[in-house]
Design a protein around this ligand. Sequence first.
Ligand code: KG4
Ligand code: ZN
Length: 358
Amino acid sequence: MNILAFESSCDETSAAVVCYDGEGFIIKSNIIASQVETHKLYGGVVPEIASRAHVEAISPITYEALEKSGLLLSDIDLVAVTSNPGLIGALLVGVNFAKALAVSNSIPLVAVDHIKGHIASSFLSEDAPKPPFIALVVSGGHTAIYKMESYTDIKLIGTTRDDAIGESFDKIGRMIGIEYPAGRGFDELSAKGFERAVGLSSGYFKRYKASDAHKDASMQLPSPALKDGSLDFSFSGLKTAAINLLHRFEQRGEKIDRELFAARYTYEAVEAVAMKIGSALLSNEDCDLVVAGGVAANSHLRARLSEVAAKYGRKIFIPPVSLCGDNAAMIAASGYYEYQKGNIARSSLNASALDSVV
Ligand code: KG4
Ligand code: ZN
């Protein structure tokens, strides 16, 4: 089965051709037109500009995706498109384009939830996870833990009560001079910090005890893991504490060690995720772990969650960095399973800004 898929929920327009050969997925093409350079000027995504850029990009990248795949539109058996959640104007571009293409060529259409799409990026690998499994989605808009009961049935078991982890990396990264989106630059900076911290003291990143408070107290940050027995997070406290810490340095006229600061921030954010994933695995003994979303590219998160999965004797599936961010190949993989389940979209399909998994 040949699937033509579209993704336009935020600031990447993507079209992909993916084939399912009965055993697994083969990515024939996965074209991503990023708008990052445009939005960088404003320090974040400007929704109206994003919608207009999607309108300009979607036709050319569809031609490009088909051409690169070596297939014709007449070879396509299924059209899949992200319908929610995301920026409404941006989503509408993809949904209407996909609808028009599917209806005018009599190809079935499926609507894909962006979150399920991210999770499906792990299905694109040769060694793909099999449900049930626990899925962590860490992106610019989400920090959530799900249980995938099947390829299509998803249950939310933990989430952030305020900011998403990627959003917090972007915000704090910007404050220390990294351009939007700051996640990758923050990762590179913190990797250097982690390397140096090992030389500083072996316990540098161990949690502080009250008696250790004198040690490097200027760099202390609180944990964003909620200690209420839930699998939830709250990143706003960590973010505010980090902003206050940066202000204190500024007021004292001191220059902060950006590498160590980025490492400490990353450490606290990732430890909270690791702790909750540990609890989720503990109470779901039959489940392996899937990690997905833009922040799944983070080197420290990848390494730390691999340790957690190993500790509980589970397999971990994390897509290659190239498939962690928004792309249409992952939408094709999720769309395939929606189609198998009979979830064909009507021509009245509409986009929605909201999460459907709550
Ligand atoms: O999944 P995604 O491409 O878009 C959303 O659906 O939100 O995720 C984008 C997020 C941004 O916040 C970006 O800064 C972050 O992923 N990101 C990273 C890294 N690469 C991208 N965060 C931490 N470390 C990275 N290496
Ligand atoms: Zn995304």
